[in-house]
Design a protein. Structure first.
Length: 246
C-alpha cells in the first residue's frame, strides 16, 4: 500500500510502524525512547505525528502506530513543534546538564529551565529502554524502583546485582548516556560491579565478559569461539569475497 508522509509518497507494508516507514524514506522524526533492537513503546512522545484519515485527524506515537490503510501523515506541524518543545523543557528540568537534552534544547531554541529545582548529576530520563533490554537478554538485573519524583532505575536494593552478566546492553540503548560502563584493560565496571573481560582470539582485543560469554554459550547450548564482532564480520566479508570474487 502507499501512504503520504510530509507530501512524500511512501510504500508501506501492512502493520509497519510509521516511524519505520519514515526512516526508510529518510524523513526525520525525533525519538528518545526508541531503539531498532526493541519494539516501540511510545513513552517519550517525541515521535508524535499527525495522521489524517479522510476528514479525521489525530495525534499518534509513530513508533507504535501500525499502518493498516492509506493515510496522510504530517511530522512537523506547528502543533507538533509546540508539543516537542514542552517535552524537551520538562526533560531539561529533570536532567539540566545532559548533553543529549542540551542538544535538543538548542535545536528547539529553548532557554535553560530555572523554575524547578533539579539534581545536577541526574542524566536518566526514565525512558525504560535499559530495563527492557535487560529483560530481553533474559537477565532482569535492573528495574525501575520507587514512585513519583523518587522513581529511578536501579539494581535490587542498590547493591551489585547477583545476576548481571556485564553485557552492557542497558548502556548501549540508553539515549542519554546515563548508565556508565568502563572498560579498563581486562576489566569492565558497570552498576558498581567488576567483570573479567575475555580477549578476542583473533585480534586480541577485550570484548566480552567471561560470565556473559558463558551465559550465551549455555543459552544456545553449543560451543562458540571467542571472536569479537568486528573480526566475525571481517571473516564473513572475506568468505563472500572468496566465493563471489568482489
Amino acid at each position: 500500500m502507499q501512504i503520504i508522509i510530509d507530501k512524500v509518497k511512501c510504500e508501506a507494508k501492512l502493520g509497519e510502524t510509521l516511524l519505520t516507514i519514515a526512516r526508510r524514506n529518510n524523513i526525520h522524526i525525533p525519538t528518545l525512547c526508541h531503539s531498532d533492537a526493541l519494539a516501540g513503546q511510545g513513552n517519550c512522545r517525541m515521535c508524535m505525528v499527525e495522521v489524517s484519515e479522510g476528514k479525521t485527524k489525530k495525534m499518534v506515537a509513530s513508533c507504535i502506530y501500525p499502518v493498516t490503510k492509506s493515510i496522510e501523515v504530517i511530522t512537523n506541524s506547528e502543533t507538533l513543534t509546540k508539543m516537542r518543545k514542552t517535552l524537551v523543557m520538562l526533560l531539561s528540568a529533570r536532567v539540566p546538564h545532559n548533553n543529549t537534552i542540551l542538544k535538543l534544547r538548542q535545536e528547539y531554541n529553548l532557554p535553560p529551565v530555572t523554575r524547578f529545582k533539579s539534581d545536577d548529576e541526574e542524566e536518566c530520563i526514565l525512558c525504560g529502554l535499559c530495563t527492557r533490554a535487560c529483560d530481553e537478554m533474559g537477565i532482569s538485573a535492573i528495574s525501575t524502583v520507587n514512585r513519583g519524583i523518587n522513581k529511578k532505575v536501579s539494581t535490587p536494593f542498590e547493591e551489585p546485582s547477583t545476576v548481571c552478566i556485564g553485557c552492557g546492553a542497558c548502556a548501549h540503548v540508553c539515549p542519554t548516556g546515563a548508565i556508565k560502563i568502563e572498560d579498563i584493560g581486562e576489566e569492565r565496571i558497570i552498576w558498581e560491579k567488576s567483570f573479567e573481560l575475555l580477549r578476542c582470539s583473533n585480534c586480541g582485543k577485550p570484548f566480552i565478559t567471561r560470565v556473559g560469554f558463558e551465559y550465551i554459550k549455555n543459552k544456545i547450548n553449543t560451543e562458540i569461539e571467542t571472536v569479537c564482532e568486528n573480526c566475525r564480520k571481517d571473516a564473513i566479508t572475506k568468505k563472500l569475497r572468496d566465493i563471489y570474487g568482489f
